[in-house]
Design a binder for this molecule. Structure first.
Ligand code: GDP
Ligand code: ZN
Length: 458
């Protein structure tokens, strides 16, 4: 399949001193050579070398940019095509000028994700790996990055392939049953089918359990800090933000006056909701109204609920305890450096299952324990097990659920004594669904849609 030559700026717009313009396709070297002046033509250069030179405007003959050019000859490249990466250091305008010159030479501006799409279409990576590239670009913590990296390396794909192989063997087994009904191994085959299917289902279940954690790593854990005025909410926010570098600030939420901020808590990106409310007006309820604040709390995946060690519990506190009853909440009893006026037994009774921590935010005490508690609440240690083959992608999760369902139906069919070819249909369906995770039976339009989500130049 011969594809045209594409180009794009593959570094973030306006950021960093270096900009990279990427070209991929049969003509990549030829086009670059028409603009490049260096020791030798890029065509003559060895593959995987970096070459110093200049980009000239062929019309005027004037030097546009001093460059380092990576020459990557097919097939051992990201797209499996000839690739050229021109490293410019003159900022956005010169990067854009270089891009324009390349376009003038007949390359086409790449669509978002088109480089990765080519890597997929040329068989260099499978679909789950391609999607992981997208996750990598958006990863917010190192740990989230690791998960995506593992996926790029094909860890998930390998697992899925093993599962599909097992199902295929199972189907083959059933096939024997259909083709040789006189062969008296009925019981044995069904036993084997049940065993193998259950095995696959277990593994799917395990993958799905990690999916929730994967989602948190990818999107951040939606967190709100609540509590009466003056208990220490702003202080808590500040110590979380200051001890852990805030990763993204001012990400607009769904509603315009809710501000999100990311902090990295032991590898878990905490998406702190409505920090503006805590910072500016001190009273989220006053600013957003009771209804909206309730919604904010309901939407939260983690609630940090602060009460004052130095004061007796008030009705407002009790009301908040009731509101957070069914949600993941950590109760923080702050100002432990002062006298104990709160009734801790009462706090324990009201908190129920929620963990309780005492802190002194002015003395910087208890914050480490809080961070540990946050991690334990969601990862119970298994985050450190090194097994990071998380499924973090909504499409994968949906497919795994469906495959799981299909296997359940197969097992039910066996138990109900249904004809064996009915069982086979369900198992085959599960096999196909798993295939979709790695892009084995995906329609073209789905592929276009997936790659369109990529950033330009990737
Ligand atoms: P918010 O209204 O809930 O946001 O509370 P702030 O964080 O603004 O804190 C209210 C007051 O309590 C400020 O004067 C803080 O310095 C003080 N404060 C916060 N945490 C502690 C603590 O652990 N011990 C003491 N003694 N004072 C604290
Ligand atoms: Zn405050």
């Amino acid at each position: 399949m011969e594809m045209d030559t594409i180009t794009a700026i593959s570094t973030p717009m306006g950021e960093g001193a270096i900009g990279i313009v990427r070209i991929s396709g049969e003509e990549a070297l030829t086009i670059a050579d028409r603009l490049y002046r260096g020791k030798m033509q890029l065509k003559e250069a060895d593959s995987h070398t970096i070459n110093y030179g200049h980009i000239l405007d062929p019309d005027s003959g004037l030097v546009v940019e001093e460059v380092m050019v990576s020459v990557l000859k097919k097939p051992k490249t990201y797209t499996k095509e000839n690739m050229v990466e021109i490293n410019c250091h003159g900022g956005l305008t010169s990067v854009n000028r270089v891009l324009q010159l390349i376009l003038n030479q007949g390359a086409r501006l790449a669509e978002p994700g088109e480089f990765t799409k080519r890597a997929f279409l040329n068989g260099r990576i499978d679909l789950s790996q391609a999607e992981a590239v997208m996750d990598l670009i958006q990863a917010k913590t190192d740990r989230a990055m690791n998960v995506a990296m593992k996926q790029v390396e094909g860890k998930l794909s390998k697992r899925i392939q093993i599962l599909r192989q097992t199902l295929l063997e199972t189907v083959a087994n059933v096939e024997v049953n259909i083709d040789y009904p006189e062969y008296d191994a009925d019981e044995m085959t069904l036993e084997l089918l049940k065993e193998k299917s259950a095995q696959v289902q277990n593994e799917i279940g395990r993958l799905l359990r990690t999916a929730e954690q994967g989602k948190i790593l990818r999107d951040g854990l939606a967190t709100v800090i609540i509590g009466r005025p003056n208990v220490g909410k702003s202080s808590l926010l500040n110590s979380l933000v200051h001890e852990n570098k805030a990763i993204v600030t001012d990400v607009p939420g769904t509603t315009r006056d809710v501000i999100e901020e990311y902090v990295n808590i032991r590898g878990i990106p905490l998406k702190l909701l409505d920090t503006a409310g805590i910072r500016d007006t001190e009273d989220v309820v006053e600013r957003l109204g009771v209804q909206r604040s309730r919604q904010l709390m309901i939407d939260a995946e983690l609630i940090l609920f602060v009460v004052d060690y130095n004061e007796e519990l008030t009705n407002a506190d009790v009301e908040l305890f009731n509101l957070v009853k069914d949600q993941d909440t950590i109760v923080i009893v702050n100002k432990r450096d002062l006298d104990e006026k709160i009734n801790m037994d009462e706090v324990k009774a009201l908190a129920g299952e929620h963990p309780i921590l005492t802190t002194s935010l002015v003395m910087d005490e208890g914050v480490d324990e809080l961070e540990e508690a946050i991690r334990d609440l969601f990862f119970q240690g298994d985050l450190d097990s090194g097994d990071l083959s998380y499924v973090s992608n909504a499409r994968h999760i949906a497919l795994l659920h469906q495959a799981d369902q299909a296997i359940t139906e197969a097992l039910t069919a066996v138990d109900d004594g249904m004809p064996v070819d009915m069982v086979q249909i369900d198992i085959t369906k599960a096999w196909e669904l798993l295939g979709e995770v790695i892009g084995d039976s995906v329609h073209e339009s789905l592929i276009d849609q997936l790659f369109a989500q990529f950033c330009l130049g990737k």
